[in-house]
Design a protein around this ligand. Structure first.
Ligand code: ADP
Length: 267
Protein backbone atom coordinates (compact mmCIF):
# COMPACT_ATOMS: atom_id res chain seq x y z
CA UNK A 1 0.00 0.00 0.00
CA UNK A 2 1.01 3.53 -0.69
CA UNK A 3 0.87 6.43 1.74
CA UNK A 4 2.68 9.65 0.95
CA UNK A 5 0.96 11.72 3.58
CA UNK A 6 2.94 14.35 5.38
CA UNK A 7 2.57 15.14 9.06
CA UNK A 8 1.60 18.76 9.06
CA UNK A 9 1.84 20.78 12.25
CA UNK A 10 2.35 24.43 11.37
CA UNK A 11 -0.19 26.92 10.01
CA UNK A 12 2.23 28.88 7.83
CA UNK A 13 2.90 28.47 4.09
CA UNK A 14 4.77 25.24 4.64
CA UNK A 15 1.84 23.90 6.62
CA UNK A 16 -0.57 24.89 3.86
CA UNK A 17 1.63 23.32 1.24
CA UNK A 18 1.65 20.17 3.34
CA UNK A 19 -2.15 20.16 3.40
CA UNK A 20 -2.36 20.59 -0.37
CA UNK A 21 0.05 17.73 -0.90
CA UNK A 22 -1.99 15.55 1.42
CA UNK A 23 -5.20 16.39 -0.45
CA UNK A 24 -3.48 15.52 -3.69
CA UNK A 25 -2.18 12.26 -2.26
CA UNK A 26 -5.66 11.36 -1.04
CA UNK A 27 -7.27 12.00 -4.41
CA UNK A 28 -4.51 10.05 -6.15
CA UNK A 29 -5.11 7.17 -3.83
CA UNK A 30 -8.84 7.30 -4.54
CA UNK A 31 -8.11 7.38 -8.26
CA UNK A 32 -5.91 4.30 -7.95
CA UNK A 33 -8.56 2.44 -5.98
CA UNK A 34 -11.39 3.28 -8.35
CA UNK A 35 -9.19 2.50 -11.33
CA UNK A 36 -8.35 -0.92 -9.97
CA UNK A 37 -12.03 -1.58 -9.30
CA UNK A 38 -12.81 -0.39 -12.82
CA UNK A 39 -10.49 -2.89 -14.49
CA UNK A 40 -11.86 -5.77 -12.50
CA UNK A 41 -15.40 -4.61 -13.30
CA UNK A 42 -14.76 -4.09 -16.96
CA UNK A 43 -13.29 -7.54 -17.43
CA UNK A 44 -16.30 -9.00 -15.68
CA UNK A 45 -18.69 -6.85 -17.71
CA UNK A 46 -17.03 -7.83 -20.98
CA UNK A 47 -16.89 -11.49 -20.12
CA UNK A 48 -20.57 -11.82 -19.24
CA UNK A 49 -22.06 -10.96 -22.66
CA UNK A 50 -19.35 -12.93 -24.45
CA UNK A 51 -20.21 -16.01 -22.38
CA UNK A 52 -23.87 -15.68 -23.35
CA UNK A 53 -23.02 -15.11 -27.00
CA UNK A 54 -20.84 -18.21 -27.13
CA UNK A 55 -23.23 -20.40 -25.19
CA UNK A 56 -26.36 -19.62 -27.21
CA UNK A 57 -24.55 -19.49 -30.56
CA UNK A 58 -23.14 -22.93 -29.87
CA UNK A 59 -26.53 -24.40 -29.03
CA UNK A 60 -27.87 -23.01 -32.31
CA UNK A 61 -24.85 -24.13 -34.32
CA UNK A 62 -25.06 -27.67 -32.92
CA UNK A 63 -28.75 -27.84 -33.85
CA UNK A 64 -29.78 -28.49 -30.26
CA UNK A 65 -32.83 -26.21 -30.17
CA UNK A 66 -36.13 -27.95 -29.69
CA UNK A 67 -38.64 -25.50 -31.11
CA UNK A 68 -38.97 -22.39 -33.24
CA UNK A 69 -39.93 -20.48 -30.14
CA UNK A 70 -36.77 -21.50 -28.38
CA UNK A 71 -34.71 -20.63 -31.42
CA UNK A 72 -36.25 -17.15 -31.53
CA UNK A 73 -35.53 -16.66 -27.83
CA UNK A 74 -31.88 -17.59 -28.25
CA UNK A 75 -31.43 -15.32 -31.22
CA UNK A 76 -33.01 -12.49 -29.28
CA UNK A 77 -30.62 -13.05 -26.36
CA UNK A 78 -27.67 -13.07 -28.74
CA UNK A 79 -28.88 -9.79 -30.18
CA UNK A 80 -29.38 -8.13 -26.78
CA UNK A 81 -26.01 -9.24 -25.51
CA UNK A 82 -24.29 -7.97 -28.62
CA UNK A 83 -25.98 -4.60 -28.05
CA UNK A 84 -24.70 -4.59 -24.46
CA UNK A 85 -21.23 -5.36 -25.68
CA UNK A 86 -21.44 -2.52 -28.16
CA UNK A 87 -22.39 -0.07 -25.38
CA UNK A 88 -19.46 -1.14 -23.28
CA UNK A 89 -17.06 -0.79 -26.15
CA UNK A 90 -18.46 2.65 -27.01
CA UNK A 91 -18.01 3.82 -23.41
CA UNK A 92 -14.44 2.60 -23.37
CA UNK A 93 -13.74 4.21 -26.70
CA UNK A 94 -15.20 7.57 -25.59
CA UNK A 95 -13.23 7.36 -22.39
CA UNK A 96 -9.93 6.75 -24.11
CA UNK A 97 -10.57 9.62 -26.50
CA UNK A 98 -11.45 11.86 -23.57
CA UNK A 99 -8.25 10.94 -21.81
CA UNK A 100 -6.31 12.05 -24.86
CA UNK A 101 -8.41 15.20 -25.17
CA UNK A 102 -9.32 14.13 -28.68
CA UNK A 103 -13.06 14.52 -28.78
CA UNK A 104 -14.27 17.00 -31.35
CA UNK A 105 -17.85 18.14 -31.25
CA UNK A 106 -19.99 18.61 -34.32
CA UNK A 107 -22.00 21.66 -33.32
CA UNK A 108 -25.43 22.48 -34.67
CA UNK A 109 -28.67 23.98 -33.38
CA UNK A 110 -30.44 21.28 -31.44
CA UNK A 111 -34.10 20.90 -30.63
CA UNK A 112 -33.80 19.33 -27.17
CA UNK A 113 -37.43 18.21 -27.19
CA UNK A 114 -36.84 16.05 -30.20
CA UNK A 115 -33.65 14.58 -28.71
CA UNK A 116 -35.43 13.83 -25.43
CA UNK A 117 -38.26 12.07 -27.25
CA UNK A 118 -35.83 9.93 -29.22
CA UNK A 119 -33.92 8.92 -26.08
CA UNK A 120 -37.10 8.19 -24.15
CA UNK A 121 -38.32 5.97 -26.98
CA UNK A 122 -35.09 4.00 -26.76
CA UNK A 123 -35.31 3.25 -23.05
CA UNK A 124 -39.07 2.74 -22.95
CA UNK A 125 -38.82 -1.04 -23.04
CA UNK A 126 -36.35 -1.09 -20.15
CA UNK A 127 -38.71 0.98 -18.03
CA UNK A 128 -41.70 -1.21 -18.95
CA UNK A 129 -39.81 -4.33 -17.96
CA UNK A 130 -39.42 -2.91 -14.45
CA UNK A 131 -42.97 -1.52 -14.45
CA UNK A 132 -41.71 2.02 -14.00
CA UNK A 133 -43.67 4.88 -15.38
CA UNK A 134 -41.58 6.97 -17.76
CA UNK A 135 -42.85 10.52 -18.14
CA UNK A 136 -41.98 13.70 -19.98
CA UNK A 137 -42.81 17.26 -19.06
CA UNK A 138 -41.49 19.40 -21.89
CA UNK A 139 -42.23 23.10 -21.94
CA UNK A 140 -43.22 24.85 -25.13
CA UNK A 141 -41.13 27.52 -26.74
CA UNK A 142 -37.79 26.20 -25.56
CA UNK A 143 -35.08 27.69 -27.77
CA UNK A 144 -32.67 25.48 -29.67
CA UNK A 145 -29.28 25.13 -28.10
CA UNK A 146 -25.90 24.80 -29.71
CA UNK A 147 -24.60 21.26 -29.24
CA UNK A 148 -23.55 17.92 -30.67
CA UNK A 149 -26.55 15.74 -31.46
CA UNK A 150 -24.96 12.35 -30.88
CA UNK A 151 -23.28 13.43 -27.64
CA UNK A 152 -26.41 15.07 -26.31
CA UNK A 153 -28.39 11.92 -26.96
CA UNK A 154 -25.70 9.87 -25.25
CA UNK A 155 -25.90 12.14 -22.19
CA UNK A 156 -29.64 11.62 -21.97
CA UNK A 157 -29.39 7.89 -22.49
CA UNK A 158 -26.79 7.58 -19.73
CA UNK A 159 -28.97 9.53 -17.30
CA UNK A 160 -32.14 7.69 -18.25
CA UNK A 161 -30.51 4.27 -18.09
CA UNK A 162 -29.12 5.06 -14.64
CA UNK A 163 -32.48 6.36 -13.46
CA UNK A 164 -34.13 3.12 -14.59
CA UNK A 165 -31.32 0.93 -13.29
CA UNK A 166 -31.30 2.44 -9.81
CA UNK A 167 -35.07 2.61 -9.37
CA UNK A 168 -37.07 -0.34 -8.13
CA UNK A 169 -40.51 1.21 -8.19
CA UNK A 170 -42.19 4.47 -9.06
CA UNK A 171 -41.28 6.72 -11.94
CA UNK A 172 -38.67 8.43 -14.04
CA UNK A 173 -39.40 11.95 -15.24
CA UNK A 174 -37.63 14.03 -17.88
CA UNK A 175 -38.34 17.71 -17.68
CA UNK A 176 -37.38 20.52 -20.02
CA UNK A 177 -37.93 24.06 -18.80
CA UNK A 178 -37.06 27.41 -20.25
CA UNK A 179 -35.79 29.98 -17.79
CA UNK A 180 -34.93 33.60 -18.44
CA UNK A 181 -31.24 32.94 -18.88
CA UNK A 182 -31.00 29.21 -19.35
CA UNK A 183 -32.55 26.04 -20.63
CA UNK A 184 -32.84 23.45 -17.89
CA UNK A 185 -33.15 19.74 -18.49
CA UNK A 186 -33.63 17.34 -15.61
CA UNK A 187 -33.97 13.60 -15.15
CA UNK A 188 -35.57 12.57 -11.85
CA UNK A 189 -36.26 9.17 -10.41
CA UNK A 190 -37.88 7.71 -7.32
CA UNK A 191 -35.05 5.25 -6.82
CA UNK A 192 -32.57 4.18 -4.19
CA UNK A 193 -30.74 7.53 -4.13
CA UNK A 194 -27.13 8.33 -3.31
CA UNK A 195 -25.76 9.13 0.13
CA UNK A 196 -24.28 12.54 0.95
CA UNK A 197 -20.85 10.98 1.43
CA UNK A 198 -20.84 9.44 -2.05
CA UNK A 199 -22.33 12.37 -3.96
CA UNK A 200 -19.09 14.33 -4.48
CA UNK A 201 -17.46 11.38 -6.21
CA UNK A 202 -20.07 9.99 -8.58
CA UNK A 203 -18.80 11.99 -11.56
CA UNK A 204 -15.30 10.63 -11.18
CA UNK A 205 -14.15 8.16 -13.74
CA UNK A 206 -14.57 4.52 -12.68
CA UNK A 207 -16.37 5.53 -9.48
CA UNK A 208 -19.21 3.33 -8.36
CA UNK A 209 -21.17 3.52 -5.16
CA UNK A 210 -20.32 0.59 -2.86
CA UNK A 211 -19.21 -2.64 -4.45
CA UNK A 212 -22.10 -4.89 -3.52
CA UNK A 213 -24.48 -2.50 -5.19
CA UNK A 214 -22.20 -2.33 -8.22
CA UNK A 215 -22.33 -6.08 -8.68
CA UNK A 216 -26.09 -6.17 -8.37
CA UNK A 217 -26.79 -3.45 -10.93
CA UNK A 218 -24.05 -3.90 -13.51
CA UNK A 219 -22.53 -0.89 -15.26
CA UNK A 220 -18.99 0.38 -15.49
CA UNK A 221 -18.75 3.59 -13.49
CA UNK A 222 -18.17 5.53 -16.69
CA UNK A 223 -21.64 6.83 -17.50
CA UNK A 224 -21.64 9.92 -15.33
CA UNK A 225 -18.08 10.97 -16.08
CA UNK A 226 -19.05 10.91 -19.75
CA UNK A 227 -22.21 12.90 -18.98
CA UNK A 228 -20.29 15.60 -17.14
CA UNK A 229 -17.58 15.87 -19.76
CA UNK A 230 -20.01 16.10 -22.69
CA UNK A 231 -22.29 18.61 -21.00
CA UNK A 232 -19.38 20.86 -20.10
CA UNK A 233 -17.97 20.61 -23.61
CA UNK A 234 -21.34 21.91 -24.82
CA UNK A 235 -21.26 24.88 -22.49
CA UNK A 236 -23.54 23.46 -19.79
CA UNK A 237 -23.22 22.40 -16.17
CA UNK A 238 -24.49 19.37 -14.25
CA UNK A 239 -26.00 19.30 -10.79
CA UNK A 240 -27.27 16.44 -8.69
CA UNK A 241 -29.68 16.26 -5.79
CA UNK A 242 -30.36 13.01 -4.06
CA UNK A 243 -32.03 11.57 -1.02
CA UNK A 244 -31.33 7.93 -0.16
CA UNK A 245 -34.53 5.92 -0.34
CA UNK A 246 -36.43 8.76 -2.02
CA UNK A 247 -34.77 9.46 -5.34
CA UNK A 248 -32.31 11.39 -7.43
CA UNK A 249 -32.46 14.33 -9.81
CA UNK A 250 -29.76 15.22 -12.30
CA UNK A 251 -30.08 18.73 -13.69
CA UNK A 252 -28.36 20.03 -16.81
CA UNK A 253 -28.20 23.79 -17.22
CA UNK A 254 -27.44 25.33 -20.59
CA UNK A 255 -27.06 29.11 -20.56
CA UNK A 256 -29.00 30.89 -23.30
CA UNK A 257 -26.90 31.48 -26.37
CA UNK A 258 -26.74 35.03 -27.60
CA UNK A 259 -27.73 34.76 -31.20
CA UNK A 260 -27.59 37.19 -34.03
CA UNK A 261 -30.88 37.71 -35.76
CA UNK A 262 -34.11 36.04 -34.79
CA UNK A 263 -34.40 33.70 -31.85
CA UNK A 264 -34.96 30.18 -32.97
CA UNK A 265 -37.86 28.93 -30.96
CA UNK A 266 -39.65 25.64 -31.26
CA UNK A 267 -43.41 25.69 -30.97
P1 ADP B 1 -22.49 3.00 -13.49
O1 ADP B 1 -22.06 2.37 -14.76
O2 ADP B 1 -21.99 2.28 -12.29
O3 ADP B 1 -23.96 3.30 -13.43
P2 ADP B 1 -22.12 5.87 -13.52
O4 ADP B 1 -20.91 6.71 -13.72
O5 ADP B 1 -23.23 6.05 -14.50
O6 ADP B 1 -21.67 4.37 -13.47
O7 ADP B 1 -22.67 6.16 -12.06
C1 ADP B 1 -21.78 6.14 -10.95
C2 ADP B 1 -22.48 5.66 -9.69
O8 ADP B 1 -23.45 6.63 -9.29
C3 ADP B 1 -23.26 4.38 -9.93
O9 ADP B 1 -22.47 3.25 -9.68
C4 ADP B 1 -24.42 4.49 -8.95
O10 ADP B 1 -24.07 3.94 -7.71
C5 ADP B 1 -24.61 6.00 -8.77
N1 ADP B 1 -25.79 6.50 -9.52
C6 ADP B 1 -25.82 7.04 -10.76
N2 ADP B 1 -27.06 7.41 -11.15
C7 ADP B 1 -27.86 7.09 -10.11
C8 ADP B 1 -29.28 7.22 -9.85
N3 ADP B 1 -30.12 7.76 -10.75
N4 ADP B 1 -29.75 6.77 -8.66
C9 ADP B 1 -28.91 6.24 -7.73
N5 ADP B 1 -27.59 6.08 -7.90
C10 ADP B 1 -27.05 6.50 -9.07
Amino acid sequence: NWDARLRVGSRDEIGMLGHSINDLAASLQRYRDTRRAFFSNISHELRTPVTYLQGYAKVLADGLVESDKEEKQYISIIYQESVRLEHLINDLFDLSKMEEGQIKLTLEWLDLKEIIKTAVRKVKLKAEKKRLSLQMDLHDRVPDIRGDRRRMEQVLLNLLENAIRYTEKGSVLVRLVRHEEATVLSVSDTGIGISKEELPYIFERFYRVEKSRARKYGGTGLGLSIVKKYVEMQGGTVQVDSEPGTGTTFTLIFPQEKKLGKDRINP
